[in-house]
Design a protein around this ligand. Structure first.
Ligand code: NI
Length: 261
């Protein structure tokens, strides 16, 4: 493996340790004779200058990635950018950040306390560093009350939120209706928010996703099962110039975020 492949492999290993269903689904497709290409990975953070999108994007910029598009999520109070590489076999990187100033004082206060404790942003392993702060179940519930995303960040920390199967590359399952049916038959629950398939041929991107695995997380006062990460599937359509659309659709991503509800 070259440097870039090693970097993504490290992210993948960390992701499947938290999301065993992704490994199980990959194995399932491979047993059907498919090979899996990764369309994109997604990372989450806060819009604080210490840890914002640009900070998380640094290792990808070093690997030759460039900014693609930007996206606004009014209701979820998020902003996102995607990054892409000139090598079409490398996954796109979708990074979102929570807009802290849009939340209550107590919510902001808690997030700032967390951000203060974050270290190692310059390390290559920052994106798999999990959390370096303690959290009480009471604070988790307080954050959850205002933002599922904020609570997820506080409880899970820095690790890939999802990887995404590039559906066009599959042979038997290059249709999301067929793919979703196969997943359900094999016992995987899908995110139904906004319908199983988000987007359409008209917006050049169709996506579906599993519901997040649940993991036991240690809080100061107790352990609790909470949603961890999910697996996503993306089918892309051609632009008038014949190239596949490489961007994202905010309205669809908005619903995909709910896979960790
Ligand atoms: Ni995604």
């Amino acid at each position: 493996m070259n440097k870039t492949e090693l970097f993504f492999d490290k992210l993948w290993q960390n992701y499947i340790s938290m999301t065993p269903q992704a490994k199980a689904i990959k194995d399932l497709f491979e047993a059907e004779g498919e090979s899996i290409l990764n369309d994109h990975i997604a990372l989450r953070t806060f819009n604080h200058k210490k840890v914002n999108i640009d900070v998380l994007a640094r290792p990808f910029i070093k690997l030759g990635y460039k900014e693609g598009g930007e996206y606004h999520f009014e209701e979820k109070k998020l902003y996102a950018k995607h990054f892409e590489h000139s090598d079409p076999l490398l996954p796109k990187v979708f990074i979102s950040e929570l807009l802290l100033e849009k939340f209550s004082d107590s919510f902001q206060q808690k997030c700032l306390e967390i951000i203060e404790k974050i270290e190692g942003m310059d390390s290559d392993d920052f994106l798999i560093s999990g959390r370096s702060w303690d959290l009480s179940s009471e604070d988790y519930e307080m954050l959850l009350n205002e933002s599922e995303y904020g609570a997820w960040m506080a409880a899970i920390g820095y690790r890939p939120n999802h990887f995404t199967v590039f559906v066009n590359h599959l042979k038997k399952f290059n249709d999301l209706v067929i793919l979703n049916k196969f997943l359900k038959e094999n016992g995987f629950a899908l995110n139904n928010s906004g319908g199983e398939i988000k987007g359409s041929k008209e917006v050049l991107l169709e996506q579906s996703s599993t519901l997040a695995d649940r993991v036991e997380v240690e809080f100061i006062d107790k352990k609790m099962q909470i949603p961890s990460c999910y697996f996503e599937f993306a089918k892309r359509y051609e632009l008038p110039n014949g190239n596949l659309y490489q961007g994202f659709v905010a309205k669809s991503a908005d619903k995909i975020f709910e896979s960790t509800n």
